[in-house]
Design a protein around this ligand. Structure first.
Ligand SMILES: [Zn+2]
Length: 256
C-alpha cells in the first residue's frame, strides 16, 4: 500500500533553477531545517503562474511542499524576502550566482545546513545593501570553509608549532594552513602570502559582516586573496562551476 502523502512547510533560498518538461521548473533550495532540497514547481514557467516569481533565483521563500516519490512538489510559495536589490547591478548579481553555486557545491542533499543557511542569508543581505561584492565573496568563502570543516589555519605553523611571524609566509593547500618559510622549504609547495593579505584574511575570518563593511582593499590585495582562496577551494572540492566564468566575463566588461 502506498505511503500517505507527506506535507511540510519550510523556508529556504533558491540556489538553482532549471526548466523541466513543458511548463515546470526544478529548483534547488537551501533550507535551514531540512538542508538542501530539489523541488518541482509545477507550472512555474507559465506567465500566468502565481508561483513563478516566488521561486526565482536567490529569493527567500516560504514553501508548502508535498513530498512525492521522486521530488518534493511545491504546493504553495510565498516570498519572505525577494533580494530584489541584487538584480540592480551586474557585479552584485554575478556574486550572488557565485555564492549560490559555492553553496550548492559544498552542501550535499541530506547534510545539515543551518549554519550555511544563516551565512548565505547574511551574505546576500550584505550584497544587497551595496557592499563591495568581492569582499562579500571572500567573507563567504572563508566562513563557508570553516563551517564545512576546511577552516584555513592562519596563525600557527603546523610544521614547527610556532606562531607565524609578521612576514611573507606560505599557504600549504594540502595542509589547509599557512606555514613559516623554514618549514615551507622542505615541502616544496604552497603559495606566498603577503603580510597585508594575511591581515585581511585573519580579519575576515574572525569578524562578523557588520565589522567588515568599512574594509577597503586595493586591487592588488583583492587579486591576491581571490587567487589564494580560489586555489584552496579547488584543492578541496570540484571547481569551478559556471558562475566563476560568468564573473570573469562581467569583470572584463568596460565600465558603463
Ligand atoms: Zn614552521
Amino acid at each position: 500500500m502506498a505511503a500517505p502523502p507527506r506535507l511540510f512547510r519550510t523556508v529556504g533560498v533558491v540556489l538553482r533553477r532549471r526548466d523541466f518538461d513543458e511548463a515546470d521548473r526544478l529548483i534547488t533550495v537551501l533550507t535551514r531545517d531540512r538542508g538542501k532540497l530539489r523541488l518541482l514547481a509545477k507550472g512555474a514557467r507559465k506567465i500566468s503562474s502565481r508561483k513563478a516569481a516566488h521561486v526565482d533565483l536567490f529569493r527567500q521563500v516560504d514553501l508548502l511542499v508535498h513530498q512525492g516519490r521522486t521530488f518534493g512538489v511545491v504546493s504553495q510559495a510565498e516570498t519572505v524576502h525577494p533580494f530584489a536589490g541584487l538584480a540592480e547591478d551586474l557585479e552584485r548579481l554575478a556574486a550572488a550566482h557565485y555564492l549560490a553555486d559555492l553553496t550548492d557545491t559544498f552542501v550535499g542533499e541530506g547534510d545539515t545546513a543551518a549554519g550555511v543557511y544563516d551565512l548565505l542569508v547574511e551574505a546576500l543581505q550584505w550584497l544587497e545593501s551595496g557592499c563591495d561584492p568581492k569582499l562579500a565573496q571572500r567573507y563567504f568563502e572563508l566562513h563557508l570553509l570553516d563551517l564545512e570543516g576546511y577552516r584555513p589555519e592562519l596563525y600557527r605553523c603546523p610544521g614547527c608549532g610556532e606562531w607565524l611571524e609578521e612576514q611573507v609566509n606560505l599557504f600549504d593547500f594540502a595542509e589547509g594552513s599557512m606555514v613559516c618559510p623554514n618549514c615551507a622549504e622542505g615541502r616544496g609547495q604552497g603559495r606566498r602570502v603577503s603580510v597585508g593579505a594575511q591581515k585581511v584574511l585573519r580579519f575576515l575570518q574572525r569578524s562578523a559582516v557588520t565589522d567588515c563593511g568599512l574594509l577597503r582593499l586595493s586591487d592588488g590585495l583583492h587579486t591576491e586573496i581571490e587567487g589564494l582562496l580560489g586555489d584552496y577551494i579547488r584543492s578541496v572540492v570540484e571547481w569551478p562551476p559556471r558562475s566563476r566564468r560568468f564573473i570573469e566575463t562581467v569583470q572584463r566588461l568596460p565600465e558603463q
